[in-house]
Design a protein around this ligand. Structure first.
Ligand code: GLA
Length: 668
């Protein structure tokens, strides 16, 4: 990329042709450089089966090319036209309770459906052939938000595909029976044909069956994606391909698997303006997305200029916060700031969703902010391509997330995203940058690795953690990690069996807290709060850092520290309250020699560095009051007209500064 792209979803088909003159003028004013075209165009370009009319899309792409605006061109398969489900109702997805969903919204297809895939492939072939050499074409956008509305499908085509998937995974029915522990409750299968998707059943379904259905469902959507990807690879091998992941972190798709088939990762991000800490979850999502391809810059494919329409109450974004949120994504590695959508539509389900050009037109607060941000981004093209580096890794694995949140566990209160954010917050607040990586990732480059409740852990991952610590790494593992193998079978021999020697302890029994309950610990002579969980820990060599202070576990270990090889492994047997978590991680990071991007920043100020030919320091003020930041070495403001380097930066309420200089490790 030669700049940070700016723009959004562009649907001129909602207006008469003359709208282009106004769009062209306003796009130029806002320095729009990339728009996404055609996501929901299927019914328009193929009004009847096999009859194609690309007139509108041709015109749109020609207009864009002439204006020097690049196109992220959709494959147009996100919402099949009514004629398709009318002729082939079997493509409509089915819920676990057997309800077949109707057409009339969007994403109304079963990802495994061979009929859907056949019609989608025919369309994609047409689209790719037609626009392969179009001068506006920058990249392909396959489908839209796979797995957003249809996370799983339980129809007969899915059942057939699931059996095929299982046969490939296990080879024999005996291997499946062993992996699924089917001796329990008389669930033994005598052939793959007997297996159904885990539809609604009298009581708890087999957890390994459920876990495999999660894996299968992600792969089924991936299959629908690859159905299109293969056509694009054949017709336009040099045009990069992406698909937009939903939300900040999405449970339904294993992004680690998906990104192997994407040239560039893209994300849609809709933090809730009513939530004063929504930038925390946003940052976590951005760090995860950036880490998916080893730090390669990613695309912020969609966000809102202001309110969305799909929450029960939809807050606008207060002045300045759209800019702040946009720079937050760039700071954490995005090379684009794109919105849903360019112009606010007068009709349809999303007519009250904000856009770059609102119903009120250009003379609106939103468009003024859109224009200013576009010009600002255009003035700083040098940021594109620079990279974020982190000393800390947080481990995340979709398989473990799925398994952690299956039912029949000690507590339903233990959920993955809450766990992640509880462990991420102390780093975020301390301005310590984290990558979020798969547990099998090479960890040797990190000073500290954090493992939030990684319930499912295969032996290779346990070995990865051991060798990391043996080699001098610092590791912090929280409770209910390393409990089950890849088939959700508990490791016998005392919890967490594959980590016992590394952690220097054994967990005798889990003591989860009642709903809304809390407990306390003795930590450094103070009484510290905790929630969600407690457990009976027997130290087998680990030093006891904190003990439970009440109830049947009083006096027993709650937090431990164990030296192993040349490194250190910490263990948290409960979820410390946020301030306690911060105190603990301040100690852990100090021992691991991890330092913040900038020390002593005012609360609510985020600092991140991207490194390129020079360092870019991003300072983001999430406070509604101004703050002044002192820099250890002078920086040059990238966003203002030439100004002398300075060591003091004034940030307005919700203000942003980007400085170039030396802010990297060597400068600290
Ligand atoms: C998603 C979709 C868009 C639009 C927005 C609204 O991101 O991809 O088509 O519906 O949500 O927030």
């Amino acid at each position: 990329m030669e700049r940070v792209y700016y723009g959004g979803d562009y649907y001129p088909e909602h207006w008469p042709d003359g709208i282009w003159e106004d769009d062209r003028k306003l796009m130029a004013e806002a320095a729009v450089s990339l728009v996404t075209v055609g996501i929901f165009s299927w019914a328009q370009v193929e009004p009847r089966p096999g009859e194609f009319d690309f007139g509108k899309v041709d015109q749109t792409l020609d207009n864009l090319a002439e204006a020097g605006i690049r196109a992220c061109l959709a494959t147009m398969t996100a919402s099949p036209p009514p004629w398709l489900s009318h002729q082939h109702p079997e493509i409509l997805p089915v819920r676990a309770d057997g309800t077949r969903l109707s057409a009339g919204a969007r994403q109304q297809f079963c990802p495994s459906s061979p009929v859907f895939r056949r019609y989608a492939a025919r369309l994609v072939d047409r689209v790719a052939t037609r626009y392969a050499d179009h001068p506006a074409l920058e990249l392909w956008h396959i489908g839209n938000e796979f797995g957003c509305h249809i996370r799983e499908c339980y129809c007969e085509a899915s059942a057939v595909d699931f059996r095929r998937w299982l046969a490939e995974r296990y080879g024999t029915i005996d291997a499946l029976n062993a992996a699924w522990s089917t001796t329990f409750w008389s669930q033994r299968y005598s052939g793959f044909a007997e297996i159904e998707p885990p539809r609604v059943a009298p009581t708890f379904p087999n957890p390994a069956h459920k876990l495999d259905f999660h894996r299968f469902s992600s792969d089924a959507s991936l299959g629908a994606y690859l159905n299109e990807r293969e056509i694009l690879a054949r017709i336009t091998p040099d045009v990069p391909v992406t698909t937009n992941f939903v939300g900040l972190v999405q449970k339904s798709l294993d992004w680690h698997k998906w990104v192997q088939h994407e040239d560039i990762v893209s994300l849609d991000s809709y933090p809730d303006p009513y939530d004063a800490r929504s930038h925390l979850e946003a940052a976590f999502g951005y760090d995860l997305v950036r880490s998916l391809k080893g730090g390669q810059p990613w695309l912020l494919m969609e966000q809102a200029t202001s309110a969305v329409n799909w929450r029960t109450r939809n807050s606008p974004k207060p002045p300045g916060t759209m800019r702040l949120g946009s720079w937050q994504a760039v700071a954490r590695g995005a090379d684009s700031v794109l919105f849903f959508q360019w112009r606010q539509t007068p009709g349809g389900a999303e007519k009250f969703h904000s856009a770059m050009v609102p119903h009120g037109g250009a003379d609106t607060r939103i468009f003024r902010e859109v224009r200013e941000l576009g010009q600002e981004l255009a003035s700083a093209p040098q940021i594109a391509g620079s990279r974020v580096q982190a000393d800390v890794a947080i481990l995340h694995d979709w398989n473990s997330w799925w398994a952690l949140e299956l039912n029949s566990h000690p507590s339903d209160d233990l959920t993955q995203l809450d766990a992640h954010l509880a462990h991420y917050a102390p780093f975020f607040d301390a301005n310590i940058t984290c990558d979020v990586v798969h547990p099998s990732h090479d960890l040797s480059g990190y000073r500290l690795v954090v493992v939030p409740n990684l319930y499912l852990m295969d032996r290779a991952v346990a070995a990865n953690l051991r060798s990391y610590v043996e080699g001098g790494g610092h590791l912090a593992v929280s409770f209910f990690s390393g409990i089950a193998d890849e088939n959700d079978r508990v490791y016998e021999g005392g919890y967490p069996a594959p980590l016992r020697d590394l952690l220097g302890l054994r967990v005798d029994e889990f003591w989860p807290l009642p709903e809304g309950g809390s407990t306390t610990m003795h930590l450094d002579g103070t009484r510290a709060g905790a929630s969600v969980w407690s457990e009976w820990i027997e130290s087998e060599g680990a030093d006891i850092v904190a003990t439970f202070a009440e109830g049947p576990l009083a006096g027993r270990p709650a937090v431990t520290r164990n030296e192993f090889g040349s490194g250190v492994a910490w263990y948290l047997g409960t979820r410390p309250d946020p301030t306690v978590m911060r105190t603990l991680f301040d100690r852990i990071t100090a021992e691991a020699d991890v330092s913040p991007v900038l020390p002593g920043l005012p609360d609510g100020v985020q600092a991140v560095v991207r490194r390129g030919g020079t360092d870019y320091l991003f300072l983001l003020n999430h406070n509604s009051v101004p703050v002044t930041v002192s820099l250890p070495s002078p920086g040059t403001d990238v966003l203002t007209d030439p100004a002398p380097p300075s060591s003091e930066v004034d940030l307005a309420p919700y203000g942003v500064a980007v400085l170039s200089g030396q802010f990297g490790k060597d400068a600290r």
